[in-house]
Design a protein around this ligand. Structure first.
Ligand code: PEP
Ligand code: MN
Length: 336
């Protein structure tokens, strides 16, 4: 439930409402706004009886929010959030953030070469998986902690904050030590225990949409992280499973403007996993930016033909640099 105060309500009246919410055994989250204050009510399992609250001085109206996500919604948080990852900012009014790097960390040299190419092309963040969620157990599973060290080293050498995937709660401590941002992969979007533990850290999180998750489920997954006290969540559309087999997944671009309306959290797009095809990555990157994405995460590898994972959807460094020049021109046009 959302309690909307009159614009002339006094701070004492706001405090009185907060106290009344607490007496009901619920949590009150004041949401100050430029025109009036609202108070979000959290912790209820079902309908909240608002008969007492509505009679309190200063209360204008109560709005019942039946969505499974509240803290992630615009109702509770009308202003767009800016998420800061070691100085790189995601959100409205910020330049879209380009995150690039290989699918998997393969060696110290590969990560250094990738970081050099990402930096040279104008990317702002470096990606690389150390713990890989592979479809089959015989595929390369990642270098683990050793890989995290290479990622951190390459990021520091080129001044690029780094993001990497966490698959299990036990990996959280080392990953928080080596990485600036935690990635929750599509397969773990509804691993609620993992989401809760990630929510207990203050580390920025890149939450990827599950391959068969609805927008409501996607935002409800973000709610798990937010409700544990970590508001630093960036959403990532990475394609969904449909009947189509010509592409690896089906990129659902309409999710970008929809999420921007429903939620205050930034949203980025991953055209690499969404399409599975290198040829489609540049054009879908541009389409995502036109749709309003706050950033892009794409796979870039120093030698895609030799990649241990996802080479077919990875750009070579030169292709990335070329695409980044086209993006600069597109962003200028979009701002004009
Ligand atoms: C990845 O980004 O490395 C990855 C495994 O992506 P997804 O979870 O979207 O499949
Ligand atoms: Mn990949």
């Amino acid at each position: 439930m959302l309690i909307v105060m009159h614009h002339h309500a006094t701070p004492e009246q706001v405090d009185q409402v907060i106290a009344a919410v607490k007496v009901m055994g619920l949590t009150a989250e004041p949401i100050p706004g430029s025109l009036r204050t609202a108070i979000g009510v959290l912790g209820n399992q079902g309908y909240v009886d608002d008969s007492t609250i509505r009679t309190l001085p200063g209360v204008r109206e109560t709005i019942h929010v039946s969505k499974p996500y509240k803290m992630a919604s615009r109702d509770f948080h009308p202003e767009a959030s800016i998420i800061d990852v070691a100085g790189v900012k995601f959100g409205d009014g910020e330049k879209p953030v380009m995150i690039a790097g290989p699918c998997s960390i393969e060696s110290e040299q590969q990560m250094m070469d990738a970081a050099e190419q990402v930096k040279a092309g104008g990317g702002q963040m470096l990606r690389g998986g150390a713990f890989k969620p592979r479809t089959g157990p015989h595929s390369f599973q990642g270098l683990g902690i050793e890989g995290l060290k290479y990622l951190q080293q390459a990021g520091k050498a080129y001044g690029l904050p780094v993001v990497t995937e966490v698959m299990r709660i036990e990996q959280l401590d080392p990953i928080c030590k080596y990485a600036d941002m935690l990635q929750i992969g599509a397969r773990n979007m509804q691993n609620f225990d993992l989401l809760k533990e990630v929510g207990k850290t203050k580390h920025p999180v890149l939450l990827k949409r599950g391959m068969s998750a609805t927008i409501e489920e996607f935002l409800a997954a973000a709610e798990y992280i937010l409700s544990e006290g970590n508001g630093n969540v960036v959403l990532c559309e990475r394609g969904i499973r449909t009947f189509e087999t010509a592409t690896r997944n089906t990129l659902d671009l309409s999710v970008v403007p929809l999420v921007r309306e429903l939620s205050h959290l930034p949203i980025v797009v991953d055209p690499s996993h969404a399409t599975g095809k290198r040829m489609l990555v540049p054009v879908m990157t541009k389409a995502a930016l036109v749709a309003g994405a706050h950033g892009i995460m794409m796979e870039v590898h120093p030698n895609p033909a030799q990649a241990l994972c996802d080479g077919a959807q990875s750009l070579a460094g030169g292709d990335f640099a070329e695409l980044m020049q086209e993006i600069e021109r597109l962003l200028e046009f979009l701002q004009s």
